[in-house]
Every structure is written in C-alpha cells, then in structure tokens.
Design a binder for this molecule. Structure first.
Ligand SMILES: [Zn+2]
Length: 81
C-alpha cells in the first residue's frame, strides 16, 4: 500500500496514505513512531466493514489520524510512489 522508509527522519513525522491503515499497517506505523497519519479513503468503507480498526488502534495509542479533506494544502513530504 505504501513504502515504509527506514531511518530516523520518519520518527514524529506525518505519513500520507491513500487508504486508512488496516490493523497490520497500523501496528507498523505505530512501531515507526509516526506522529500523524492522513488518509484519503476509508479502508473500512472500501472493504465494507463497520469500523476502521487500524484507525482505532492508532488513536488508542496516541497517534493523530485524520481524513484528508480536499481544499487543505496538498501533502508535500511524501511523494507518491
Ligand atoms: Zn494494510
């Protein structure tokens, strides 16, 4: 879904993803000490499941998770790959 970069620059940073993280990705994101996740589409909506468990997981552990809303400054620090 997205490439996880190695290295310390990711710590405390914001990651931008197309889909909200599934629970497996959420664990990785949390372990990378990312401070904030911005997603475009809801994984739960995409999969037709009732809740974004990855989002719930991250929020429970203090990671800010936001849905990207058009009109906000486009993400610049994570080039699409
Ligand atoms: Zn995933």
């Amino acid at each position: 879904m997205y490439a996880a970069k190695n290295g310390s620059e990711i710590e405390g940073s914001t990651i931008y993803v197309t889909l909200s993280p599934c629970i497996a990705c959420a664990r990785i994101i949390y372990s990378m000490k990312i401070a904030r996740v911005v997603f475009l589409n809801s994984y739960a909506e995409y999969k037709g499941i009732p809740s974004d468990e990855g989002v719930d997981f991250l929020r429970r552990f203090g990671v800010m998770v936001e849905r990207y809303v058009s009109g906000v400054t486009p993400p610049a620090e994570q080039p699409a790959s």
